[in-house]
Structure formats: C-alpha cells, structure tokens
Design a protein around this ligand. Structure first.
Ligand code: ATP
Ligand code: MG
Length: 183
C-alpha cells in the first residue's frame, strides 16, 4: 500500500482545499515556521483514526477545524482524504476490490467524526484496523512528532528502552510473557 495523495479541507491552517500529491521519493517538506508542516503530519495521523486530541496538539477533537483568523471566519467542518495505491491488493479483505482506496474522515462541529472508505460509510475501528494490518496507522513509530527525538535523548534509560521496544514492536511480547509466567 502506497500513499499517493493527501487532500485537506478546513483542517487546521489548511482552510482552502489543498491537494498534495505524494510522489515516489518524497523525503521532506520545507517551509517557514508556522506554515503548516506539522499540520500535514497530523492530518495523516488523523485520517488514519487518531482519537487523542493531545496527539493533534489540541484540547478537544474539534480543534482540528479551521478556527478562523482576523480576516477569515471559522469553519464548521474539517475533512482529510488519504488516497492509497492498492494495485497490489495488500489491503485487508473487504477493502480489496479496487486499485485505489480513498479514506475520508470528516469532523463536523457538535456532530463528531464520520469515516468513509471509497464511497462506503465505515466505523473508526474499520479504518484503524485497515492500517494496523498494514503495519502503519496513527500510532505508527514511523510518525515522529516534533520534539520526540529530544524526548528520546533526554529520557532516563528505562523510559528510553520502553520507547525503543515500542518502535521495534516487541512490547506486546513482554506482556504475553508476563501473562504466561502468571499461569
Ligand atoms: P515549525 O517550523 O515551527 O515547526 P510548522 O510548519 O510545523 O512550523 P504548524 O505547527 O504545522 O507549522 O502550523 C502552525 C500553524 O497552524 C499556526 O499558525 C497555527 O495558528 C495554525 N493552526 C493550528 N490549528 C489551527 C486551527 N484549528 N485553525 C487555524 N489555524 C490553525
Ligand atoms: Mg512543525
């Protein structure tokens, strides 16, 4: 599964519809402070089913909706669409009947979030599972928050080990060993 496009509308600072083509070999996004680089990464995390407002640098989930500026009014909804190339049919069963997958998440003020895969309404859990099976997703260690590297460097050895184990995907093994030892 390859991410090929990210479309944003009313998400954080991306008030106008924005269509970002993710081409092979994309290694970086550059721009002045505050131009929205971190917001892009958050959009990616959000459309994959992130449900913690703290991970989106907000107090509540609706804080991802464009809040308005001195010259533009606030929006009532935010929408992010992630397009995935699924020619190799690597998506979980149930999502494997087309070459392109479009995952849409929209949040409306006072209503909450709704998800779609292509044109079909799905639950948050379906989207989370789709990405979990593909070893990515909102909690993927591949998505590194700004400041997270500093946290890693400054962490105490035990905490640092936990972070590395989490990234290596072996923390579940410890849990299972612990459960086995209790039996
Ligand atoms: P830096 O280089 O400093 O890391 P950046 O390019 O990562 O900057 P972001 O943190 O992505 O920048 O963008 C911050 C901008 O997004 C700020 O100007 C902030 O006001 C704006 N912003 C965040 N949430 C909203 C929102 N809900 N509505 C409108 N603007 C928002
Ligand atoms: Mg940033």
């Amino acid at each position: 599964m390859r991410f090929t496009r990210l479309r944003l509308n009313g998400f954080k600072s991306f008030v106008d519809p924005t269509d970002l083509v993710i081409q092979d070999g994309l290694t970086g996004v550059v721009g002045p402070n505050g131009c929205g680089k971190s917001n892009l990464l958050e959009a990616l995390r959000w459309v994959m089913g992130e449900h913690r407002a703290s991970a989106m640098r907000g107090g509540g989930m609706e804080d991802v909706i464009f809040a308005g500026t001195s010259t533009r009014g606030a929006r009532n909804f935010a929408e992010v669409v992630l397009q995935i190339d699924n020619e190799e049919r690597l998506a979980p069963s149930g999502f494997n009947d087309s070459d392109l997958l479009e995952i849409t998440r929209r949040i409306t003020r006072d209503v909450g979030s709704a998800y779609k895969v292509n044109t079909k309404d799905v639950r948050a859990r379906d989207v989370q599972m789709l990405f979990a099976d593909a070893s990515t997703g909102a909690h993927s260690p591949a998505l590194v928050r700004q400041g997270q590297i500093n946290e890693l460097i400054n962490a105490k050895p035990k905490a640092r080990r936990r972070i590395l184990e989490e990234a290596a995907g072996i923390s579940g093994l410890y849990q299972r060993r612990h459960e086995a030892e209790l039996r």
